[in-house]
Design a protein around this ligand. Structure first.
Ligand SMILES: *Cc1c(COP(=O)(O)O)cnc(C)c1O
Length: 457
């Protein structure tokens, strides 16, 4: 395979861009820290890998034992601009020296306003917009629902099968998957309803408009359009398995929402900021959502989230009705402005496209000869491989877990996902050198080849 030059490699503090294992994984220092974690950190806070990080940049994470790991996860789609991006680091340091917090609701500051202006400019649609800033993706989703309810005077909210919207009470209700997100944590927020989503690999290839009509029929019969404040959907369903709805699904839903006075919320917390090869995934089908929620990639790793939307909807909330002590923290805003500058000017959308082509080509080839690879899908640097039992087509979560575990011991950070746990997802930093990406996916591909086929398949 010929490898084009990386589009962009902000290496951060000159970390060698290489996989280098100097101990077994985990090494002794990580093992010590894992023991301390068991005694100090709540057991419910899990970790994908038992290695403890000390530095990261470009496409690597370095651990406390000196191992350099290939990063195919970006801390769950957060470090799109690369870890410790130099511009982000500089912006954080400069802002932190001036002020770390004054509270925007007490004595506001320019950075918050500038982030709102940038989001209003960058999100889909040319209409007048407003933004409000928060700390986490879940908090943004909660606030989008508050805004939709205030604007419509209605209460019901529809989310979809395989949806993930967070871990707070309302967002748990919106999230589809019980284990590990909801089990034992009810009762959940009321007035949340669920509709079927287009899942081309598992719905017999139903057309997007047909799948949307099925969802709309469910909503009209079980909720009633006139009761419905909002529908919320991820343009590519992230934790649910990187499900790309068939073309026409999102556009049909968005049109129905508009015709019925229902607020269409695109949850772009995972898909936003160049991840899918466009600034926002809604752009692939020219969707113009009423409200967009953003977080993860927005600030190069600093906690920040936002709701951006139509001015008349955003401004429907009474003064003082939105906010929070830390929402739009000045250091996080400075980081976001630097990250947004990188997203716009450093060719990161093109980098995402190229990353996607490399991964899709490689696993597409494997899918042709290995029937355990049921589907390879996604857009840009958000690509997933769904594993199945060849004889039945049933999800094979054990295989996904074995492949991921094997990659981990070889120094590749890779994540699983999917309602059935049978999906490996690739979310590399958009700054990863392509050689390193190729080495990382080679290791995953070899782990798959070497993983024993299940008995009887
Ligand atoms: C991660 C995620 C959230 C929740 O974000 P947090 O910052 O973890 O609260 C919400 N929606 C989507 C689509 C996500 O991927």
């Amino acid at each position: 395979m010929t490898i084009a030059e990386p589009v962009y490699t902000a290496g951060g503090p000159a970390l060698p861009q290489e996989r280098r294992l100097v101990t077994s994984i985990p090494g002794p220092r990580s093992a010590e820290l894992a023991a301390r974690k068991r005694n100090a950190v709540a057991a419910g806070v899990g970790t994908t890998m038992p290695v403890y990080a000390t530095a990261a940049g470009g496409g690597v994470v370095v651990d406390v034992d000196g191992n350099s790991l290939i990063d195919l996860g970006s801390g769950i789609a957060v470090t799109g601009v690369g870890n410790a991006h130099p511009g982000v680091v500089k912006a954080i340091a400069e802002q932190a020296e001036r002020a770390t917090h004054t509270c925007f609701m007490v004595t506001p500051y320019e950075g918050y306003v500038a982030v709102a202006e940038a989001l209003n400019r960058l999100t889909p649609g040319e209409h007048a917009k407003r933004s409000a800033l928060f700390n986490s993706g879940a908090e943004a989703v909660e606030n989008a629902v508050k805004i939709a309810r205030a604007h419509t005077g209605r209460q019901a909210v529809v989310a979809f099968d395989h949806a993930y919207h967070g871990r707070t009470n309302l967002t748990m209700a919106l999230t589809a998957k019980s284990m590990p997100y909801k089990k034992g944590f009810g009762p959940f927020a009321p007035e949340v309803y669920r509709a079927p989503v287009s899942y081309p690999f598992r719905d017999g290839g139903m057309s997007g408009p047909d799948a949307a009509r099925a969802a709309i029929s469910r909503i009209e019969t079980q909720v009633g359009a006139d009761q419905l404040a909002a529908i919320i959907i991820e343009p590519i369903l992230g934790e649910g398995g990187f499900i790309v709805p068939a073309e026409g699904f999102l556009t049909t839903l968005a049109r129905w929402a508009r015709e019925n006075g229902v607020v269409f919320i695109a949850d772009e917390v995972q898909t936003g900021f160049a991840r899918t090869g466009r600034m926002f995934a809604s752009e692939h089908e020219a969707i113009v959502p009423d409200l967009v929620t953003t977080a993860k990639g927005i600030a190069g790793g600093m906690p920040l989230s936002a709701v951006t939307g139509r001015a008349e909807m955003m401004d429907a909330v009474h003064g003082g009705g939105l906010g929070g002590t830390y929402g739009g923290n000045p250091v996080a805003c400075a980081a976001a402005l630097a990250a947004i500058d990188a997203f716009e000017n450093d060719g990161l959308c093109e980098a995402a496209e190229r990353i996607g082509e490399v991964i899709t080509r490689r696993f597409g080839e494997i899918a042709g000869s290995d029937p355990r690879v049921g589907d390879v899908r996604g857009r840009g640097a958000m690509i997933a491989v769904e594993f199945v039992k060849p004889s039945t087509g049933e999800p094979d979560a054990a295989l996904a877990a074995r492949v991921a575990a094997s990659a981990h011991t070889q120094g590749v950070i890779v994540l699983t996902c999917g309602t059935f746990g049978n999906v490996i997802r690739f979310l590399p930093p958009l700054t990863i050198p392509l050689e390193l990406l190729v080495e990382g996916i080679d290791i995953v591909a070899t782990a798959l080849r070497d993983a024993a086929h299940d008995a009887g398949t």
